[in-house]
Design a protein around this ligand. Structure first.
Ligand code: RP5
Length: 162
């Protein structure tokens, strides 16, 4: 088994259907990852512990998804220099704009790479983590290039009537 290099963390079990999109991309590209429920509000000690140990454990990217008052990605970024990729989970009350605003407006010094709201954002978080790792992994770079080329080739030239 390859070493785990990516952590996928989320504020709640209810975030998993969204965050699974990131996991699926990592599976497709052959990247080893772990998944954890880590809540900024409900399990702050778990958050602190995860962030404190992340770099030493060899994590190269952390994908963090949360909804509503989505403080998990930013708080994680405050605790580790491992790049944090934030996924705003879509919410019922405010459609995920609350999540987006909670994640994207970080103060200078502690960046979070913020993705789009919802499933597309989670999938792109997986691709962003892959791109970070591909800088030091020629095999992965090849797989990522092939994945991108296949997506591009799947787009038809013209629309059709369904
Ligand atoms: C956040 O609150 C989680 O990230 C989740 O998106 C949202 C709702 O959580 P649950 O009430 O479904 O556990 O902390």
């Amino acid at each position: 088994m390859p070493d785990v290099t990516v952590g996928i963390i989320m504020g709640s079990q209810s975030d998993w259907p969204t965050m699974k999109e990131a996991a699926d991309i990592l599976d497709t590209l052959g990247i080893a990852y772990e998944t954890r429920i880590v809540s900024a509000h409900r399990t702050p000690d778990r958050l602190w512990d995860y962030g404190t140990k992340a770099a030493g454990r060899g994590l190269k990217a952390i994908i963090a998804g949360a909804g509503g008052a989505a403080h998990l990605p930013g708080m994680m970024a405050s605790k580790t220099r491992v790049p944090v990729i934030g996924v705003p989970v879509q919410t019922k009350a405010l459609s995920g704009v609350d999540s987006l605003y909670s994640i994207v407006q970080m103060p200078r010094g502690y960046p979070v790479a913020t993705m789009a709201i919802g499933a597309a954002g989670a999938a792109n978080a997986g691709l962003m983590a892959a791109a970070i790792l591909a800088n030091g992994d020629p095999g992965l770079a090849e797989r990522l290039d092939a994945w991108r080329a296949a997506l591009s080739a799947s787009i038809p030239q013209e629309p059709r009537d369904d």
